[in-house]
Design a protein around this ligand. Structure first.
Ligand code: UGA
Length: 436
């Protein structure tokens, strides 16, 4: 078993660290945020992720998992340092690599024995070459250091399962030493390993995420056409899904992809292409379709209603997808400001996302209320929007809209309900890619 340090306790770093400890490695997770480290030391996970907190507590108790801000202690005798810090989007769409650079410099200045540096963060192709050179430029002690790419494919909400039961582990390095150590680190996971060059590994991450984003935008595009020509996108998707070449997943049309990855990674790949004198037309189209899709329901509702002024609007779901409290690039953030601007009184329900939303849109400054039950949002409402397919929202029955709302008018961005069942309950129902 190895002594592993992990830089960054966000989704990628924390989940990786906890899972490495779970399979028996000795792990130290490092972050600059003292408050976060204090929480983690007390066994509290700063992110909402099924199974993570328990696994964290168990491995801390077993002495295999520790948290610290003291990177010198953590890195100096580590066999491997995994970098899982953020690479946020910059205004021009490129990835901000300053956090990676900071960690790389800290590693260079602290390691006292041979060390494998493994970049898990999503970084533009060629970054790992530069990180290795950067570390070598700043290294103090006479020790060997190599950098390998090992992109992460976990999705929020299912992060622990996605890590322990990953479809594949991508190892990107041309060095036998680095490859062998990574193979040993991952051996206890018993998962398929794909070993490629560093640049190919970096590209696999973007190409995978952007392919999924493209798939979603394609289905959204087809859904919009379905509405116009009298077809039903759910039936179309079902018919397509039997073809193994297409696959059955990520065929759900909706109000666009959100989250911290697809929007950022599509823009980053587009930027990377332009930097290299190439226009990535497929991905540009996916981005354009997604931007329009996010407000498609608002536009539909604006056509149906003369005004939102003074109307009680129920917003069901704020997070970008269920099982997370993350609001990044969530469709709710594209729609709620428009509704507020147009004079709506917004009553928002989300099982876990309200506190984060409140920080951006406090009740004291906006005509918005955060309610604890969907019924409170729906009661006497003039119109309702569904933005996230939480189980708690799916549990609302068609009759509830009819019985609770002043006018049972529902715009569903996640195609939760059957058209017939809403019609039979007396609800005026609009969704995505289906007939009204
Ligand atoms: C995504 C990828 O699925 C992970 O494999 C990847 O590791 C991760 O990005 C990352 O790069 O870190 P995540 O953003 O957590 O994971 O969420 P997804 O479950 O992929 O959903 C992304 C968005 O697509 C959500 O807004 C979801 O509502 C939307 N979506 C998904 C659809 O609109 N339709 C679908 O059929 C599937």
């Amino acid at each position: 078993m190895y002594k592993i340090s992990v830089a960054g306790t966000g989704y990628v770093g924390l989940v990786a660290g906890v899972c490495f400890a779970e399979v028996g490695h000795h792990v130290t997770c490092v972050d600059i945020d003292q408050q976060k480290i204090n929480m983690l030391k007390q066994g509290i996970s700063p992110i909402y992720e099924t199974g993570l907190e328990k696994m964290m507590q168990k491995n801390s108790a077993l002495g295999r998992l520790d948290f610290t801000t003291d990177f010198i202690q953590a890195y100096k005798d580590a066999d491997a340092v995994f970098i899982g810090v953020g690479t946020p989007e910059q205004p021009d769409g490129s990835a901000n690599l300053s956090y990676i650079a900071t960690v790389a410099r800290q590693i260079a200045e602290t390691i006292e024995k041979d060390c494998l540096v493994v970049v898990k963060s999503t970084v533009p192709v060629g970054t790992n070459d530069k990180v290795e050179q950067f570390i070598k430029d700043f290294i103090i002690n006479d020790v060997k250091v190599e950098v390998a790419s090992n992109p992460e494919f976990l999705a929020q909400g299912t992060a622990v399962r996605d890590t322990l039961e990953a479809a594949r582990i991508i190892i990107g390095t041309d060095s036998i030493w680095a490859k062998e150590m990574l193979m040993k680190i991952y051996e206890p996971f018993n998962l398929p390993i794909v070993s490629v060059s560093r640049r190919s590994a970096e590209m696999i991450k973007y190409a995978s995420n952007d392919f999924l984003a493209l798939k979603i935008s394609y289905m959204n595009d087809i859904a919009n056409l379905c509405e116009l020509v009298g077809a039903d996108i759910q039936d179309v998707a079902r018919g397509m899904s039997f073809d193994e070449r297409i696959g059955s997943k990520f065929l759900s049309a909706g109000i666009g992809y959100g989250g911290s990855c697809f929007p950022k990674d599509t823009k980053a790949l587009d930027y990377m292409a332009r930097q290299n004198g190439y226009e990535l037309r497929t991905i540009r189209s996916a981005i354009m379709v997604n931007n329009d899709q996010k407000t498609i329901l608002y536009r539909k509702a604006s056509n149906r209603l003369i005004t939102f002024d003074g109307l009680k609007v129920a917003v069901l779901g704020l997070t970008f997808k269920p099982e997370t409290d993350d609001l990044r690039e969530a469709p709710s953030l594209a729609n709620v400001p428009l509704l507020l601007e147009r004079g709506a009184r917004v009553y928002a329900y989300d099982p876990v996302g309200s506190d984060n939303f409140r920080q951006k849109y406090p009740e004291s400054e906006y005509k918005i209320k955060y309610v604890k039950k969907p019924e409170e949002a729906l009661s006497d409402a003039n119109v309702s929007f569904i933005f996230t397919e939480w189980d708690e929202i799916k549990a609302i029955k068609p009759e509830d809209y009819k019985n609770l709302m002043r006018t049972p008018l529902v715009f569903d961005g996640r195609n939760i309900y059957g058209i017939e069942s809403m019609r039979n309950a007396g609800v005026e129902y609009y969704s995505i890619g289906r007939q009204a």
